[in-house]
Design a protein around this ligand. Structure first.
Ligand code: DQA
Length: 148
């Protein structure tokens, strides 16, 4: 069964408490539960992770190489700044979907820039927690097309 790493970056541990007017009331544990429920019928295994540390994210992406078949990445603010994450994704050679809860393009100009998008197969943003299950569906389709 194909396996997907769902990796969440800085401040996403505070989901549900942090700026609920922007990010909603759902907690990260609830998002993980929704992902686990969605993954089974899509025939995907998942590993769900969160870290506030850029280097820790790089390590998890390196460890995903050869272990997982795809990655769904909400890199939080590192999306807009991290060449290190972009390089890690290129090195891991894993199809990656960039994900954001909020519509970053409707927000401040500094959120319009993404280093992740350059190396992602696609981007989902603006649909809140539903974005995670949309991304799992898109990843399942992508992996089935690659390896029917
Ligand atoms: C975010 C958007 C980023 O700009 C922000 O820094 C986050 C969360 C989102 O999911 O909407 O931390 O990635």
């Amino acid at each position: 069964m194909p396996s997907v790493l769902i990796l969440n970056g800085p401040n996403l541990n505070l989901l549900g408490q942090r700026q609920p007017q922007v990010y909603g009331h759902t907690t990260l544990a609830e998002v993980e539960q929704q992902c686990r429920e969605a993954a089974g019928p899509l025939n995907l295994e998942i590993q769900f992770e969160q870290t506030n540390h850029e280097g820790g994210m790089v390590d998890l992406i390196h460890a995903a190489r050869g272990k997982h078949q795809g990655m769904i990445l909400n890199a939080g603010a590192y999306t807009h700044t991290s060449i290190a994450l972009m390089d890690a994704i290129s090195s891991a050679e894993l199809p990656t979907i960039e994900l954001h809860l909020s519509n970053v393009h409707a927000r401040e100009a500094f959120r319009h820039q993404s280093y992740i998008a350059r190396v992602a197969i696609g981007v989902i943003c603006g649909f809140g927690p539903r974005g995670y299950t949309l991304a799992l569906e898109a990843m399942a389709d992508h992996l089935a097309e690659k390896d029917p």
